[in-house]
Design a protein around this ligand. Sequence first.
Ligand SMILES: Nc1ncnc2c1ncn2[C@@H]1O[C@H](COP(=O)(O)OP(=O)(O)O)[C@@H](O)[C@H]1O
Ligand SMILES: [Mg+2]
Length: 173
Amino acid sequence: MTDTILKSEYRSVIHKWIKKIKRRDSAPANKREAAKTGLNLPFEEVGCGSRRIVYDLGNGYILKVAIIRQGIVSCQKETDIYERVPLPLKQNLAEIKEYGEGWIVMKKFGRMLADTAENRRKVYQLYKEFKKLDIEAGDIINMKNKEPRWHNIRYKKRNDRIMLIDYGDFHVK
Ligand SMILES: Nc1ncnc2c1ncn2[C@@H]1O[C@H](COP(=O)(O)OP(=O)(O)O)[C@@H](O)[C@H]1O
Ligand SMILES: [Mg+2]
């Protein structure tokens, strides 16, 4: 047996779900509820964005699953970004352990980054570091009002480091 975090039974459930969302004509009004019911996974939900639902695997990792077709693209982009970003900046990206079409197993980060002037400065600095690599870090800062997108950002106390948990909407120029 191979040593994987996400068991094969759940991989096949997700595989069927992804096939289903690829087939459907339009997303349901309550896409989160539809995904929860459709997936029926035995894990606790820790969050849900506009494109992906996130479950706690209970072993220090979370599972993200696409709830709409665009979520499949986000998973693909996130894994691409994780592979392409060099050190030291990669240390600010939550580690991706396993992935497949429309899903990702990622390290869990629970601690929010406090909204302080100092942290805001650090978030803007991080945004600039990505920019130097020709990457538009869209999920870190809301381009309309220049506010950090706090729900996509966490804090790793052990290394005093800002961690990005949603980089599925980063754009490479
Ligand atoms: N690595 C993680 N650790 C802890 N919580 C997470 C992690 N990744 C996502 N979440 C939670 O799930 C929510 C949705 O995940 P996200 O990747 O932002 O989805 P979307 O692409 O739909 O915005 C996040 O706002 C956060 O609350
Ligand atoms: Mg998000």
